[in-house]
Design a protein around this ligand. Structure first.
Ligand SMILES: NC(=O)c1ccc[n+]([C@@H]2O[C@H](COP(=O)([O-])OP(=O)(O)OC[C@H]3O[C@@H](n4cnc5c(N)ncnc54)[C@H](OP(=O)(O)O)[C@@H]3O)[C@@H](O)[C@H]2O)c1
Length: 277
């Protein structure tokens, strides 16, 4: 096979994340085939410059690499449809909660990976976790990684961290959006126009992220550099502490991770029950 560029990719379930994957990976592969059940889904796939079919089996038979991006409750039906056609193929599941052991049982003979991209895939800036198909294998490289690099950045993680990843990086954009909204409202409250506050805040947040990355110091070093004695920052920081914002954010990640574990256990058990027709 001629590497990723010469490959055909099948995206099973071209919904929100599936169509973002199609759009971002289209320039990286030779051909993309997207699947769905409704005519609107198939038309949307064609509008992205990919081939569309209702048949997951046909898509898999013609593909070198397969991404499964249906909702968890549709996973078992899709797995039953394609299980005879995946031998020797790379199959990456982005389906939340479905464990690698279940993927292996559902798709014997395939090289299976579990991935967790985030919504920033829509602008080809996803931060994606990949868990290796086999705990003994050395992660890194391969078609799965190449493919998700077209969508943004890739981190290899052990499967046991997938729920924490989902909380921090998967749900992260929703938490960041809330924080942005709160800070903008604060600026509006003291008289700044909303549009200006929004644009300036996004700019400052992006620059702060780049600043932290470039200096590789602990975030609190940067905080202390900004914090002049008796100045404006320390007056804001005491409010942050007294309102419990920091502890609150820690608990956000903890609660979201716990919910991911609960849901994952339910989803995985349901998928296993439904794997046998
Ligand atoms: N959205 C995110 O940001 C995100 C991020 C990471 C992971 N995920 C995971 O990605 C999966 C999809 O999420 P989503 O938000 O993209 O959901 P979604 O928009 O509902 O997309 C699912 C798609 O699957 C299609 N589908 C359902 N049954 C099918 C079948 N038997 N054969 C082929 N296609 C079928 C549906 O198309 P029809 O309606 O035409 O059938 C729909 O377009 C979930 O498991 C989720 O955990 C999502």
């Amino acid at each position: 096979m001629a590497g990723l560029r010469g490959s055909t990719l099948a995206v099973l379930g071209a919904g929100k994340i599936g169509s973002a994957i199609i759009r971002a990976t289209r320039p990286c592969v030779s051909k993309v085939i997207g699947t769905g059940r409704r005519p609107e889904t198939l038309r949307a796939v064609e509008a992205l410059g990919a081939e569309a079919t209702r048949s997951n089996r046909e898509a898999v038979e013609r593909a070198d690499v397969v991404i499964v991006s249906v909702k968890p409750h549709h996973f078992a039906a899709v797995a039953r449809e394609i299980r005879g056609s995946v031998e020797g193929k790379t199959v990456v599941s982005v389906v939340a909660g479905v464990k690698l052991s279940t993927l292996r049982a559902a798709l014997p003979g395939a090289e299976v990976y579990r991935a967790m991209p985030n919504i920033n895939a829509v602008i080809a800036r996803s931060t994606t976790a990949l868990a290796p198909h086999d705990a003994r294998s050395t992660p890194g490289g391969g078609l799965a990684e190449e493919l998700f690099r077209c969508l943004g950045s890739v981190y290899w993680i052990p499967e046991e961290w997938m729920d924490a990843w989902t909380a921090l990086v998967g749900s992260g954009p929703a938490f960041f959006a809330e924080i942005v909204d709160a800070l903008v409202l604060g600026a509006v409250m003291v008289g700044m126009p909303r549009e200006l506050a929004y644009a300036a805040l996004l700019d400052a947040m992006k620059a702060t992220a780049e600043h932290l990355e470039s200096r590789s110091v602990h975030p609190l070093e940067l905080r202390d550099e900004v914090t002049t004695p008796a100045g404006t920052t320390i007056h804001g920081l005491i409010k942050l502490e007294s309102e419990g914002v920091k502890a609150g954010l820690m608990k956000v990640v903890e609660a979201s991770t716990r919910r991911g574990r609960e849901l994952g256990a339910l989803i995985d058990a349901a998928v296993r029950r439904n794997l046998t027709p």
